[in-house]
Design a binder for this molecule. Structure first.
Ligand SMILES: [Zn+2]
Length: 62
């Protein structure tokens, strides 16, 4: 079995373990065309309950 010749430093180890943060995509926040509230792309708007031109759920009256 292969054995590493040199031990990597703690800084290199921590640098490698921090790499996953770069691979996580930034969530694409867009404005809802109906109520102009910020919402996630390809998701139902949490404010008005609409996706595209369709009512997915009716928001409770306040
Ligand atoms: Zn909306």
């Amino acid at each position: 079995m292969a054995v590493p010749k040199r031990r990597k430093s703690k800084a290199m180890r921590d640098h490698r373990r921090a790499q996953w943060m770069r691979s996580v995509p930034v969530p694409s926040v867009t404005l809802c065309p109906r109520c102009q509230e910020p919402k996630l792309g390809h998701r139902v708007c949490a404010n008005c309950g609409y996706y595209r031109d369709r009512a997915v759920f009716v928001k409770e009256a306040e």
